[in-house]
Design a protein around this ligand. Structure first.
Ligand code: NAD
Length: 472
């Protein structure tokens, strides 16, 4: 059991008197595994004021010094790799082998990539007859989701710190423990007091207090589109910059000449990664009618091959969902898919065999899904894959782009030019062709209701900077 009675503010663990306590649940066992204090709006305002006081010093720190601080933070995180893995397995329910790499290894690599970007970045450039200096935007309120808690804390926090901003992080209620480990690492790294602060709290109290505070210059939110809407409305009162990275319903398009076996195996893996609690999950598979039956069979086989269960076992490939409410929502979507007449070919609403406790859902695949069905439109955030038929590429493009979201997508074809032409027509932030690896220096972001913020590489850094023109 991890119990905390303090929040990390101004370089100190500050006890929160009479705080409401948030019990953190292990979604696999439904047992309480941690307790953290819920910061009130007043506590959050204290965090903002210490971050504001630290801003002048931190933003004026020479880059070499900032790099040294962040390198020490990277080292302090690296020594906690296994501890963070265990914590995330317990609070998120992510299978341990996945957690070690995607939930902890990836954020460590992300810190390293931002160090590289910071080393090379030109904060001053000559443009025409003038000069442009890029200055930190100020105090950043970082609000993060529970599905990849460490990755998102790093993705929102580290580029802000690298830019010279100070940060108040509000982690998700569902998975706040890894933020405490991050604060411990920041403390060990000796970041100057107030530069990085953590206020665990509810979205409606601590979150809204950050968003509406006049001394917060930027809100950097990763979360659902619903929260993005609310946060944008609230932030309008102080005209602050709002960076949003929101939901998705990504299409995985198998063109007629695709390597079907590979496209389906990797497509199902993307759809179900982290129990499908992944913003970029390819949850709509678009398949030409000539291959439809073959693909449905392959996808059902792939889904049935998942080992669902205890996330602490190295062999487990699908853990539980984050919380009871999320499980209820996902089961509701599966029921709606059945009511709408989609054909269930794997999974369903019953509990997986032998798992009477925990927020588990069977890996579920629907065939004969129409674009107007809820399971084709809504971000379900649970292991539910919808397979939709198309008759030609024009129809495939129409279906793929017929979404309020525009986060990510995939195309498979034996012909690289055909795949590239199709990828360019997708209205999304990123496309993977034939399962290509992603790169931490290439921008990641969304379009439409998937948000406006870019992450990774110099794009991730630049969004925390303001260009100032100097004419001399
Ligand atoms: P959520 O929107 O419920 O919560 C996200 C964060 O916002 C939490 O910290 C929450 O406390 C806070 N919040 C909620 N209401 C708030 C309010 N009124 N004011 C201020 N803060 C508030 O999302 P979640 O369930 O934790 O995460 C899942 C969502 O995040 C999915 O939609 C997923 O696609 C999205 N996501 C997007 C990306 C991306 O990069 N685009 C990455 C990860 C997750």
């Amino acid at each position: 059991m991890r119990e905390y009675d303090a929040v990390y503010l101004g370089g100190q663990w500050r006890p929160v008197r009479d705080a409401q306590v948030l019990e953190v649940e292990n979604p696999a066992t439904e047992e309480v595994i941690g307790k953290v204090p819920l910061a009130s709006a007043a506590e959050t305002a204290v965090a903002v004021s210490v971050a504001r006081r630290a801003l002048d010093g931190w933003s004026g720190t020479p880059i070499e010094e900032r790099l040294a601080h962040l390198s020490r933070l990277h080292a302090a995180l690296a020594t906690r790799h296994e501890e963070m893995t265990r914590t995330i397995v317990a609070e998120v329910g992510a299978p341990v082998s996945f957690a070690r790499t995607a939930q902890v290894g990836a954020p460590l690599a992300l810190v390293a990539s931002y160090l590289e970007v910071l080393r090379e970045f030109a904060f001053t450039e000559r443009v025409g007859a003038g000069m442009v200096v890029k200055e930190p935007l100020g105090v950043v309120g970082a609000i993060t989701p529970g599905n990849y808690p460490l990755f998102q804390a790093i993705a929102n926090g580290i580029p802000a710190l690298a830019a010279g901003c100070t940060v108040v992080l509000k982690p998700a209620e569902t998975a706040p423990l890894s933020a405490f480990l991050l604060a411990e690492a920041a403390d060990e790294a000796g970041l100057p007091p107030g530069v990085f602060n953590v206020v665990p709290g509810l979205g409606t109290t601590a979150g809204e207090a950050l968003v509406t505070h006049p001394d917060v210059d930027v809100v950097s939110l990763t979360g659902s589109t619903r929260t993005g809407r609310r946060v944008s409305e609230l932030a309008a009162g102080t005209i602050k910059k709002v960076i949003t990275k929101l939901g998705g319903k990504s299409a995985n398009v198998l063109l007629q000449d695709a390597d079907l076996k590979r496209a389906v195996t990797e497509g199902v893996a993307s759809a179900f990664a982290n129990s499908a609690q992944t913003c970029t999950a390819w949850t709509r598979m678009l398949v030409h009618t000539s291959h439809f039956d073959e693909v449905v069979e392959l996808a059902a086989e792939a889904a049935d091959s998942y080992t669902v269960g205890d996330p602490t076992c190295e062999e487990t490939s699908l853990g539980p969902l984050l919380c009871a409410a999320q499980r209820r929502r996902v089961l509701g979507c599966i029921a709606e898919g059945l009511d709408d007449g989609a054909r269930l070919v794997a999974g369903g609403t019953e509990r997986p065999d032998g798992l009477e406790v925990g927020y588990y859902v069977r890996p579920t695949v629907f065939a004969d899904v129409r674009p107007d069905m809820l399971i084709a439109r809504q971000e379900i955030f649970g292991p539910v894959l919808s397979i939709l038929p198309y008759t030609d590429e024009e129809e495939a493009i129409r279906i793929a782009n017929d979404s309020v979201y525009g986060l990510s997508g995939a195309v498979w074809s034996a012909d690289p030019e055909r795949a590239m032409a199709f990828a360019r027509r997708l209205q999304v932030g990123q496309v993977q062709i034939n399962g290509a690896q992603t790169d931490l220096l290439i921008p990641f972001g969304g379009r439409k209701q998937s948000g406006n913020g870019l992450e990774l590489g110099r794009y991730g850094l630049e969004k925390f900077l303001q260009a100032k023109a100097i004419h001399a």
